[in-house]
Design a protein around this ligand. Structure first.
Ligand code: AMP
Ligand code: MG
Length: 412
């Protein structure tokens, strides 16, 4: 077990090298595919749009044969879902609705707002028409045969709409990851139940589950386990034993909180090390120093610190990238970081990268400014609920002054 401190990048690189992507695939309805990961390239089988069509409600004309000031006879009306039965005749216009196919012989659509009519109901055009105007050409968006969505893309609403536009109602995705969540600690009582006067209510499982659920993984709640080697051994055995799949306990990743530090009751690392292997367990990140990454059989083990703020931070910074890799994502996503102007002086001890909980907003000049929450203790949960971003202080920096530019990572 290595006990040296790793930078966040080193820890991530080691964690990703030690984990593998799932390979099993399944077909799911688009209605349940949000945030699932596509397992093969999706190729377009249809042009979109399938024909030249009108981008406006208006009149379809032939710009080449039209003379300025001429009135045009209305040949008919084409609504979306219909097609003109006869080509546009010279001196005529078709009334046309958005999405309707452009009739043969027409090459421009004049928006209805720029048209008038004479006493006989003929159309007057109040602009100089240009060929092609207000026409959405066939295949302008998608051409049959092009790769629409690459393997390894995590599907979002916009991808689902694109797949739908191809007439698809299902998609081939990697199987869902099974992720176990457990809280360790003798002092923890389950919310909704009575607690003794030495216990606190447990808060990490529900938060970690929510963070994980955003990635559409299957979360399996392993409850609360005591700081006891035998109980932890039993728990991890179930989680990492493929034969316990039948009773629903086997998981791809086990995320625990608590018990990974150097306290007298911190047995989690020792138990994992005795059963499998710990890759590392100290990272130079604040909050979140003790974060253990290990493996038991094929199950990846992420041991988060117990302090709720630390477990929130490490779940976002480390567990999410591991989930992405294991889900089969190859879309190179990274958490967005922007810069903001600091509103207060900061002095701190250098050495760890600090993810301070902070609020960013625009000031009267339109500049993005950031103010760290007043208390940065990892035991203060309101520091996360009051914040809307992390303000990141690099490990080498010990002082910052009002007006300095700092990186911030918005909460998503
Ligand atoms: P540990 O990492 O086990 O040393 O715990 C650090 C601190 O976090 C202690 O004050 C614990 O009581 C607290 N803690 C640990 N797990 C949880 C949890 N699931 N919910 C709330 N607080 C916790
Ligand atoms: Mg503990």
């Amino acid at each position: 077990m290595s006990s040296s401190w790793l930078s966040l990048e080193e820890a991530l690189a080691k964690a990703l090298a030690a984990t593998h992507a799932v390979s099993d695939v399944e077909i799911v309805s688009l209605f349940s595919a949000h945030r699932r990961v596509v397992a093969q390239d999706v190729v377009a089988t249809l042009d979109v749009p399938p024909w030249d069509n009108s981008a406006m409600d208006g009149f379809a004309i032939n710009a080449g044969s039209y003379n300025q000031g001429q009135t045009l006879i209305v040949q008919g009306i084409i609504t979306a879902g219909e097609k003109a039965s006869t080509p546009l005749a010279v001196g005529h216009a078709y009334k046309i609705m958005t999405g309707a196919p452009i009739p043969d012989g027409a090459n421009a659509v004049i928006m209805i707002e720029n048209c008038g009519s004479d006493a006989n109901g003929n159309v007057i055009i109040n602009e100089d028409p240009t060929p092609g105007q207000n026409i959405r050409p066939q295949a302008n968006d998608i051409t049959k045969g092009q790769v629409l969505i690459k393997k390894g893309t995590q599907l979002r609403a916009e991808h689902l709409m694109l797949l739908s536009s191809q007439g698809l109602n299902e998609v081939v995705v990697y199987r869902k990851l099974r992720v176990g969540v457990v809280a360790t600690g003798n002092e923890l009582a389950a919310p909704g139940e009575l607690r003794s006067n030495t216990q606190i209510y447990e808060s990490n499982r529900v938060g970690i589950s929510a963070i994980l659920s955003d990635e559409n993984v299957e979360v399996i709640d392993f409850g609360i386990v005591e700081d006891d080697k035998a109980s932890l051994t039993c728990l991890f055995n179930q989680a990492a034993d493929p034969t316990s799949k039948a009773i629903g306990n086997h998981v791809d990743i086990m995320v625990s909180s608590g018990g990974v530090s150097v306290g007298d009751a911190d047995y989690v690392k020792d138990v994992i090390e005795a059963m499998g292997h710990i890759e590392f367990w100290k990272i130079a990140v604040k909050p979140g120093k003790p974060f253990a990454l290990g493996k038991l059989n094929n199950t990846v083990f992420c041991g988060l610190p117990g302090n709720p703020v630390s477990s929130f931070v490490t779940a976002k910074l480390l567990v999410l990238p591991i989930i992405s890799k294991m889900q089969g994502r190859q879309d190179g996503h990274t958490a967005l970081t922007v810069t903001a102007v600091l509103t207060k002086d900061i002095k701190r001890r250098a050495g760890r990268r600090d993810y301070q909980r902070a609020t960013m907003s625009y000031d009267d000049n339109g500049s993005l400014v950031v103010t760290p929450f007043k208390t940065q203790s990892s035991g203060v949960m309101t520091s996360i609920t009051s914040a809307n971003c992390f303000m990141i202080i690099h490990e080498d920096i010990s002082t910052l002054a009002i007006g300095d530019t700092v990186p911030v990572m918005p909460f998503t």
